[in-house]
Design a protein around this ligand. Structure first.
Ligand code: V47
Ligand code: SF4
Length: 365
């Protein structure tokens, strides 16, 4: 093996943090088998054979959005308002009530940035959900939605965050991060919150005692160096706060958006990306493969490339990826199917709550 790759492998095996240059070198020169072996070592040191999932459902309040990200197949403000939906509070509560008596632990609420759904509306929504089902964890709103909500309400990030937490917000999902590098960000999502603002909002959430996730939209026009820059900024913030639960690489899908001319990454590149993320983000406990986006087959393979979490047993309640061309047209998987998928990969399925507390470990059948 190339001496430089061997030196990096020695560092990873000794648990030593990689420099950005070494991370970049892995992207440029690490072949799939090599990266997989290293990433799997890190994954097994951190999580053993455990592979997590949770029982959640999604609420997408609206797909009307004031922004116009070029990669988005979902927003309808500027495209075709007839396909747009706007849910009332009661309609969203009906979704929550439809899970009464079912063992879900988390509501995931993310949507477009609607000009009229404001901070008070969402505080009231969360408080009503918590009044109906106090034990349900509400993971809601990307930093992009929050930035708009707070600016419209003329409150600081800290004030707005406090209001939401007081209403029952449990954590933040990782969306809206895309790629932080300004040269790429201005080409793919010029008009929404900057990378610095995304980081500031998550830092504020962590300082107020709640956790969050982080994502990276990859496989479009970014360079490897942009991915490393993105992960470096997340790693630095995690050093300061320890508030991130998990890192979720999101594969760019090219159907029905303004970037349809950009080809999608290969499965090999997807697996290499999971592996480099697992190796580089040494202070993140978990790497999640969001199976509705990459499909269940790649999700299953990713478990040998650093991934230890396959998201939830969601019903067909999310449209963001089906509209962008994911092969998962009706992303629902029963717990039984998810458990089987994990067992087939030789791992131990573990149901978790949002904060990775173990709810149930499933034995081999
Ligand atoms: O920020 C939009 C992405 C994100 C496309 O925190 C696209 O547990 C690929 O962040 N191709 C929102 N990706 C979804 C998200 C998420 C999903 C699941 C779990 C969690 C979590 C967070 O979806 C957006 C954007 O990066 N996205 N369009 C597309 N064409
Ligand atoms: Fe709006 Fe989010 Fe789509 Fe951007 S990615 S246009 S912010 S819904």
């Amino acid at each position: 093996m190339n001496n430089a790759l061997q030196a990096i492998a020695d560092k990873v095996e000794a648990g030593t943090r990689l420099t950005p240059e070494e991370g970049l070198f892995l992207y440029q020169h690490g072949e799939l088998g090599f990266l997989g072996r290293l990433a799997n070592g890190v994954r097994e040191r951190k999580n053993g054979q455990y592979t997590y999932f949770n029982r959640n459902f999604h609420i997408e309040p609206t797909n009307v959005c004031v922004f116009s990200c070029a990669f988005c197949s979902y927003s309808r403000m500027y495209k075709n308002k007839e396909d747009g939906w706007e849910m009332t509070k009661e309609q969203m509560l009906d979704i929550v009530r439809s899970y009464d008596g079912k063992p879900v632990t988390e509501a995931h609420i993310v949507g477009g940035v609607h000009p009229k759904m404001d901070l008070d509306f969402f505080c009231d929504l969360i408080a009503s959900i918590k009044a109906h089902r106090p034990d349900l964890h509400v993971k809601a709103f990307t930093a992009v939605e929050l930035d708009y909500m707070f600016r419209k309400a003329k409150v600081s990030i800290a004030e707005g965050m406090k209001k939401l937490i007081d209403s029952g917000l449990g954590s933040l999902p990782g969306g809206g991060a895309e790629i932080f590098a300004p040269e790429i960000r201005t080409k793919i999502c010029a008009d929404k919150a900057t990378g610095d603002l995304w980081l500031e909002i998550h830092e504020t959430a962590h300082k107020q005692g709640i956790h969050s996730n982080a994502t990276m939209l990859y496989g479009h026009i970014e360079a490897y160096a942009d991915r490393i820059d993105h992960m470096l900024q997340l790693r630095n913030l995690q050093d300061r706060t320890g508030g991130f639960n998990t890192f979720i690489p999101l594969k760019f899908r090219n159907k029905g958006n303004d970037m349809s001319h950009v080809s999608e990454s290969t499965v090999i590149e997807d697996l290499r990306n999971y592996a480099v993320s697992r190796i580089f983000l040494d202070n993140f406990n978990h790497i999640k493969a969001y199976w509705p986006m990459i499909g269940r087959n790649t999700a299953q393979m990713s478990l040998a490339f650093g991934v230890d979490d396959v998201d939830g047993t969601i019903d067909d309640t999310t449209k963001i990826y089906t509209m962008a061309g994911s092969e998962e047209q009706a992303p629902a998987m029963s717990t039984e199917e998810l458990v089987k998928l994990i067992l087939q990969a030789g791992r131990v399925p573990v149901e978790r709550d949002t904060l990775y507390n173990v709810i149930e470990e499933f034995a081999k059948q």
